[in-house]
Design a protein around this ligand. Sequence first.
Ligand code: NAD
Length: 488
Amino acid sequence: MAKTLGTLRHYIDGGWVPSRSEEVRPVYDPGSGEVMAVVPFATREETDAAVEAASRTFDRWSRLPITERVRYLFRMKEALERHFEELATINTLNHGKTLEESRGDLKRAIENVDAAIAAAYALSKGEALQEISPGIDEYSYREPLGVFAVITPFNFPIMIPFWFIPYAVVLGNTVVLKPSEITPAPMNRVMEIFHEEVRLPQGVVNLVHGGREVAEELVRHRETAGVAFVGSTNAAKNIYRLAGEHGKRCIAQGGAKNFIVVMPDADQKVAVPASIGSFFGNCGQRCLAGSNLVVVESDQGREFVRSFVRAASSLRIGHGLSPSTEMGPMVTEAARQRVRSYVEKGIDEGARLVLDGREISVEEFPNGFYFGPTVFVDVSPEMTIAKEEIFGPVASVISASNLDEAIEMINSKTNYGNMACIFTQSGRHAREFARRVNVGNVGINIGVAAPAAYFPFAGRRESFFGVLHGQIDSVDFFTDKKVVISRW
Ligand code: NAD
């Protein structure tokens, strides 16, 4: 189904550079299982060249008046809007998610450009105070810091780079992006479009391909000021440690294990479709995907589980580009096998499998990496499937006797703290839940509590390492305060 893009190139210092690397990997269209491109893993010299280009351009770029830098962001926004359908299509081809899901990713990317434009004027100013002593005034500036590495995961190939790049750039920094080696094609295309239509000064945004080694090299490089990272918890910990060792600023957003709590008074017309979207949207490959479905014991709870399983079993699985598809494939064969091994573990540990997605196939695409919606019931919070991130379309239904027990599970049974949601019609229960759960993003009658661009993308415990978060919070991350005390 996918047209092959050949071997991808790096984008360094305003030009496309073929890699000399001997290490290359195939990039798949997971819906068909066909290779759609080849990604090179940058050599040390190529990574250096990207950082050095960004570093050389920093002084000039940061001196440009903010009104001028903002104009480039307007052009970015226009270019993303002009190529909206084309970018949604390549996002779907490389990741597998439905076109509608890709459109959602792009809308959030564009929203981040909007928020960065607003932030550039409203949030980038300093403060001033007259006469802190007789004849002495004190004021502060927010200054950009230099070159930032942006290292991103496979599951939102365009949106996540845009949690950082527009803010970094509009505030006067320069960037080296290293997208996921699994889904590098969408950002590659974005940079081609920006090269033609945004025409940023050369070196302001660079892109190098690769994996862990390139990521580590970017953090260690003496010319980088910091790193904004999103990925699994192990990788986030590695980046955070390395950034600390090398004295770099760091945002490191990690993995997740999210709980959805359904109270007996939940409005099932809202709770069932929202939960289906949460567990099976993006084929469960979201850091905000539901994973543990905690149902507070009641007749209504049992009815909810029946409706949930019924709705899950009727989801239409297929290629993300087919208009009728409601759930696309897993991103790679390896990801599919990992989910399969978790399902086997769940069975071994005694959970009851009531919907089994292991043998699903899509007639038209026999080589696609499909895995159907899967539901376990009678799951105990001690089981592996309830504790570890599965990152696939698997729901584990756990019973709780009341809200306190559900909150206790969320706060103590996993190490993650990305998101928790509750479905209820009780304002008191909703408030209690939001106040007591130890997670960054909370949903009340919402299945995927994804903060809008003008809020921070929060996260706690092993889902996040650092102080400042992605999206609007990164204004503080990408600037430093300089204080001037003056007497004339
Ligand atoms: P991943 O950790 O395998 O890769 C993420 C990025 O880090 C890639 O660019 C990769 O090349 C690089 N990388 C891989 N291993 C590394 C290592 N040991 N050290 C340094 N860099 C490394 O993650 P993925 O499989 O691409 O993405 C899925 C994961 O990302 C899930 O755990 C998901 O929960 C998480 N995620 C988190 C958020 C969030 O906001 N918290 C958002 C999206 C995804």
